[in-house]
Design a protein around this ligand. Structure first.
Ligand code: ASP
Length: 334
């Protein structure tokens, strides 16, 4: 209440203060209520047509229905996803620039000597999205017919075998490293700026191997345009029930899946991040999104992971798991 007794000047001041506070309060409430009042940019760290891009477009469309504003996908390529993450870390913390990223958020600090952002300190967390299995593929005419033959083939041909990836810090690179570690062979890695171009090179026969998410590889596997050596998860997957796991193929303990999270720059107001979390959860409830992801072998995460805490805890656990491992592997960029 701003009606006060007292000297005229004091009362006047109180009016002014109450008025100012009231204005500030209602402006804050209005800003939160009005958010979003313009399109939101969802920054994707890899090329168009790749797995992260596919998930982002399905999600962005559904989130925009709930937010009443378009969610515009912007592919910001380079350095295994770190260019995009650095860009969002420095963006205005107003909820209009957000990031989708995968396991690369947990691995980059161990891979890059000079990283201009901290995944644990420079972001607000919106929530996790979906998990995606990976597949180890060969070009159509690569001689080995299955994983057991592939293991022999790479042991004999070593660095003559080329292994494509989507850049240092990409999950395809991580999967390639795990494969090299499992077979104890160093191959020749060829980095691209995303799965889009890496897959094009594999389809064109310019590279021998690529390990990447089902969200991009499934159509090519089903159309028999590539050789499938196995899935990276410990169990077979619904989308490819006849495909053996790499563990079945002889790579004991081989296990990898890709997870995705949505981030906003540090300092984004809590009411804005809460609104984004709500839109994420609504989008993931949309049967069209679930079906689109399911068809591509991806699985929407349980609702308790579609939360800031669900993402933060998972990112921390994944960072603790991968960073020491990558440091012992001594893979580093400048
Ligand atoms: N699958 C890619 C990776 O290896 C990224 C992408 O293009 O989505 O990280």
């Amino acid at each position: 209440m701003c009606v006060q007794a007292g000297k005229a000047t004091l009362a006047g001041m109180k009016w002014i203060m109450c008025g100012a506070l009231g204005l500030a309060f209602s402006a804050g409430a209005l800003a939160a209520d009005a958010y979003p009042s313009k399109p939101i940019t969802l920054v994707v760290p890899f090329s168009a047509g790749g797995p992260t891009d596919v998930v982002s477009r399905a999600l962005g469309q559904a989130m925009s229905k709930d937010l009443g504003q378009s969610v515009v996908v912007e592919n910001k390529l380079g350095a295994g996803g770190t260019v995009a993450a650095a860009f969002v870390a420095r963006a205005q913390p107003d909820g209009y620039t957000i990031l989708i990223h995968h396991n690369g958020m947990a691995t980059a600090p161990a891979l890059y000597k000079k990283l201009s952002y901290s995944p644990m300190k420079d972001f607000e967390y919106i929530g996790q999205v979906a998990d995606v299995p990976m597949t180890l593929l060969g070009r159509k005419d690569l001689p080995p017919a299955n994983a057991a033959e592939l293991i022999k083939y790479v042991s004999q041909n070593k660095e003559k075998v080329s292994l494509a990836n989507a850049g240092l810090g990409a999950v395809s690179q991580l999967c390639g490293l795990l494969f090299e570690e499992a077979v104890k062979v160093k191959m020749t890695s060829i980095p691209y700026q995303g799965t889009g171009p890496a897959l094009t090179a594999l389809l064109g026969g310019q590279v021998d191997l690529l390990c990447d998410q089902t969200t991009s590889t499934l159509p090519h596997i089903n159309a028999n345009r590539v050789k499938l050596y196995g899935v990276t998860t410990p169990s077979r997957i619904k989308a490819l029930p006849n495909a053996p796991t790499l563990q079945e193929g002889g790579l004991k303990g081989f296990s990898m899946k890709v997870w995705h999270g949505i981030y906003a720059p540090k300092g984004t107001p809590p009411e804005v991040t809460a609104r984004l979390t709500r839109a994420l959860q609504q989008a993931l409830k949309d049967p069209a999104v679930a079906k689109r992801l399911d068809d591509l072998g991806a699985e929407v995460v349980p609702v308790d992971k579609q939360t800031p805490e669900g993402l933060r805890t998972w990112l921390k656990a994944e960072s603790d798991k991968w960073q020491p491992l990558l440091k012992t592997m001594k893979v580093e960029a400048d």
